[in-house]
Design a protein around this ligand. Structure first.
Ligand SMILES: C[S@@+](CC[C@H](N)C(=O)[O-])C[C@H]1O[C@@H](n2cnc3c(N)ncnc32)[C@H](O)[C@@H]1O
Length: 324
């Protein structure tokens, strides 16, 4: 078994991706948002250490082979503050990961982040990350790619993310390849419920919102094969029949939640549908007593699980080949 240490675990999207490989086991997960922890613990056997990562001492983490983490990206994302490492709220969180991998030297380090990480601050932020990995002993054994979920995960979401995989041992690195693109076969019809009526609160009915907005939605949303978004003053149609990139701020006021046209009316996606748009399996359960705002945020913060699955499989195959 390959033992995984999951940092910034959120609701466990990366964990799910690795666990789809039967050779993996989560031995430690850390996440300090109690709501995300609640969702996580409903779906996984392991408990989450819910302390702030700054408080966790290296020697408190059990023995592990692979460290995984999508460290918070607000300071790197276009949608965020564009402050990078200067942002003292979140900018230092990569260095918390570094503190742990420097001392523990895991066989593999897997990082996920927004695409913009590469170009942020004229490439300086990314250079710092690679430099720290190299100094910790991973030099010339790092592979990274920006992959779009709709091209690499067979899920109809436009979600470009950078995936970085660093190996301690050169023979593992040499056996690893990032996954190749695959055909997108799933459509939004496979993941959202167009045929049944859902709870009233998800529909945009007359009287519930400003009439001007309702009228515009009714006029512009003429296609039931794609996904729309309300952008303050206008409706944006996705021309490729894909879900636009889900973001953490979907939760705030629910305004960025994607919309669909169904036979029962125009409605926003339900939180569980946002999880499905990230490739979460049908047996994933959400806590019943949690607000939609929190659940939208958790889904938007998470990852495209099938992309992680494919990278995780390639990592495990590389390790297994050398462990024979
Ligand atoms: C981008 S999200 C990762 C989501 C995760 N990959 C998933 O699939 O759900 C970053 C997570 O880091 C957590 N976080 C931020 N600062 C933290 C800290 N100081 N200690 C522990 N967790 C933290 C946030 O609560 C958030 O859930």
């Amino acid at each position: 078994m390959y033992k995984i240490c999951s940092l910034f675990a959120g609701v466990g999207g990366i964990d799910l991706g690795f666990l789809s490989n039967k050779k993996c086991k989560i031995v430690y997960a850390n996440e300090f948002d109690p709501y995300a922890v609640k969702t996580y613990e409903k779906n996984f056997k392991n408990k989450v250490d819910c302390r702030d990562i700054h408080e966790v001492k290296c020697n408190e983490i059990p023995d592990f082979d692979i460290m995984v983490g999508g460290f918070p990206c607000t300071s790197f994302s276009v949608a965020g503050y564009r402050k990078g490492f200067d942002d003292d709220r979140t900018g230092d969180l990569f260095f918390e990961m570094e503190r742990i991998f420097k001392e523990r030297k895991p066989r593999v380090i897997f990082l996920e982040n927004v695409k913009n990480l590469v170009g942020h601050d004229n490439g300086n932020t990314f250079r710092v990350i690679i430099d720290r990995l190299e100094k910790a002993g991973y030099k010339n054994k790092i592979s990274y790619s920006v992959l779009n979920a709709c091209e690499y995960g067979n899920i109809p979401q436009n979600r470009e993310r950078i995936y970085i995989v660093a190996f301690r041992d050169v023979q593992d690195y040499e056996k690893f390849r990032m996954p190749m693109p695959i055909l997108l076969k799933k459509t939004i019809k496979d993941i959202f419920d167009f045929d049944n009526k859902v709870e009233d609160k998800y529909y945009y009915n007359d009287g519930k919102y400003k009439q001007e907005m309702i009228d515009m939605l009714k006029k512009d949303m003429d296609d039931d094969k794609t996904v729309y978004q309300w952008r303050r003053k206008y409706v944006r149609k996705n021309q490729s029949n894909l879900v636009p990139t889900l973001t953490a701020n979907m939760g705030e006021g629910g305004h960025n939640v994607p919309l669909i046209k169904t036979k029962y009316g125009i409605r926003k996606l339900k939180p569980i549908e946002c999880f499905y748009a990230q490739g979460y399996p049908k047996n994933y359960v959400l806590p019943e007593d949690m607000s939609d705002a929190r659940l939208y945020k958790q889904a938007g913060n998470s990852v495209a699980v099938p992309v992680i699955e494919r990278i995780a499989n390639n990592i495990i195959n590389a390790l297994k080949a050398n462990d024979k």
